[in-house]
Design a protein around this ligand. Structure first.
Ligand SMILES: Cc1cc2nc3c(=O)[nH]c(=O)nc-3n(C[C@H](O)[C@H](O)[C@H](O)COP(=O)(O)OP(=O)(O)OC[C@H]3O[C@@H](n4cnc5c(N)ncnc54)[C@H](O)[C@@H]3O)c2cc1C
Length: 463
């Protein structure tokens, strides 16, 4: 089966929904493809059926946006995974009807992020989970644990800690890896002046924690998780300015659940497969696509927006989506002067939002020490069970790139295709070879972007 369309948007979160709506409002024919059962992405993630009658404000906003997109003529396909793309603007997605190829005049990538994995002794024990994962369980009415420790950076920890308390869990402590936040935040005072509503969200969660006497410790973080069958306690320590545990500061904390939340990593595989140039963001230690002011990448007609292009948060994702939607439609002949005027109006809003995000990055981007918590027997590649010691042996055999480590050990060859271990191995190799993380790089992108049933490939050949 083959289709041709004006604009295809990959991803139905705040960035993708706004991109699709804006392109359609300029007159383009738009198709949005999204892997979740309903549009909304992470921010507007829709509730499961049994909670559908009690949507949160975010869920309501998401539903409204997607109804507006449908009313503007956007075609939405949920529950489909785009697993191939190229510079000719061909995409292939998999649905329960098999694989379908599309040819688009413009493509907007709005693929979002996954949570940043951190390998430390005991991180594979049952009871260690990501903070966003705990949030998702809570959305589904499931309590992730009874005695919960949170370790990470940024305000999401506070939001989740509050929800855990409301759901009946005991929060033993919230550890914020960053320190001297107030002093460092003052540098950004001018850029964030007036954004009280947003600062208020974090402060309200903080007030709940204080009311319940939950310890909130700055410059502290996880060192190890311990337990026989599952988490029973954690070793925590004070971090130095590079987020390395300070010897002698360790403490033991009894808990049955540890939520790890050190930020996010953009999904860049599809863009890389399409030939989009990526640059290394030293702040967050990850790759991001290079873009112009209309969010267009080096591949003409391919745009990248939202957190999948640079961790700007939901509000920046919305603005970037709107810009890319209008610019993509304009590039293929829609919108005329109306599009140009709309783009001019959005530009200052983006600048303002970026000032807020700059502060966020300066305050909460994790230090290098976080990638050095693993011991020799700590599993780094979870899919293939490869330890730090095995990677060290590969290095002794001469491996100096991620591909060479992969060839010798199989690290990064499993189901997640290196999403869990790639940044760790990058950091370790950079240290051992005296290179920068940018010089070491990550695994090259290969299709399929996500694991597929083999049948999907067979159907593609038949069509
Ligand atoms: C776990 C988690 C919890 C968060 N909690 C909060 C919070 O409490 N408060 C807050 O302000 N922010 C939160 N954020 C951040 C916020 O959700 C993001 O800033 C925002 O959602 C970014 O929007 P986006 O459209 O760029 O990406 P997303 O909302 O992540 O949407 C990306 C979409 O792309 C789809 N997709 C990706 N690849 C493919 C593919 N190959 N084929 C088809 N579809 C694909 C995904 O299914 C998803 O629907 C959270 C983020 C995460 C990951």
């Amino acid at each position: 089966m083959d289709e041709k369309i004006d604009v295809v948007v990959v991803g139905g979160g705040p960035a993708g929904l706004n991109a699709a709506l804006s392109a359609a409002q300029m007159g383009a024919e738009v198709l949005l493809l999204d892997a979740y059962p309903a549009p909304g992405g992470q921010y507007y993630r829709q509730p499961p059926q049994h909670l559908a009658d009690h949507p949160t404000p975010h869920q309501r906003q998401g539903r409204q946006l997607w109804q507006e997109a449908l009313a503007s003529g956007v075609k939405i396909r949920s529950n489909v995974t785009v697993w191939y793309g190229d510079a000719e603007k061909t995409l292939i997605y998999h649905s329960n009807q098999g694989s379908i190829a599309l040819h688009a005049k413009a493509i907007i990538l709005a693929c979002g992020t996954f949570e940043r994995p951190v390998a430390f002794p005991g991180w594979t024990l049952p009871g260690v989970l990501m903070t966003g994962g705990a949030q998702t369980l809570l959305y589904h009415g499931v309590l992730p644990g009874r005695r919960v420790l949170l370790s990470g950076s940024g305000p999401l920890q506070l939001v989740v800690a509050k929800k855990l308390l409301e759901a009946g869990a005991e929060v033993v402590a919230v550890l914020e890896g960053s320190s001297r936040l107030l002093r460092r935040g003052m540098r950004h005072f001018a850029g964030v002046w007036g954004q009280w509503e947003r600062l208020g969200e974090g402060l309200s969660s903080l007030a709940t924690l204080m009311g319940r006497r939950v310890p909130y410790r700055f410059g502290w973080g996880i060192v190890a998780a311990h337990g026989e069958q599952q988490v029973e306690r954690a070793t925590i320590a004070r971090y130095d300015e590079h987020w390395r545990p300070i010897p002698g500061s360790e403490e033991q904390v009894a808990c049955d659940t540890i939520c790890i939340g050190f930020g996010f990593v953009p999904f860049t595989t599809l863009g890389k497969l399409m030939g989009v140039k990526h640059i290394w963001s030293g702040d967050w230690n990850m790759e991001i696509p290079e873009r112009d002011e209309t969010m267009q990448t080096n591949v003409s007609g391919v745009f990248a927006v939202g957190d999948g292009a640079g961790l700007g948060g939901a509000r920046l994702s919305i603005l970037e989506g709107q810009i890319a939607g209008i610019a993509a439609a304009h590039q293929i002949g829609y919108g005329g002067t109306r599009a140009v005027a709309a783009l001019q109006k959005l530009a200052p809003k983006v600048r303002r939002e970026r000032a807020f995000q700059k502060m966020y990055t300066d305050l909460f981007a994790p230090g290098k020490g976080l990638f050095e918590l693993a011991k020799e027997d700590t599993v780094i590649c979870r899919c293939e069970g490869i330890t730090l010691e095995q990677i060290r042996r590969a290095r002794a055999m001469g491996a100096s790139s991620i591909s060479e480590v992969k060839a010798i050990t199989r690290a990064g060859m499993g189901e997640c295709q290196g999403r869990m271990c790639g940044l760790h191995i990058n950091h370790i190799l950079a240290q051992w070879t005296n290179k920068t993380p940018a010089e070491v790089g990550l695994n090259p992108a290969r299709p399929p972007v996500f694991p597929l049933p083999i049948q999907a490939l067979l159907l593609e050949q038949e069509s």
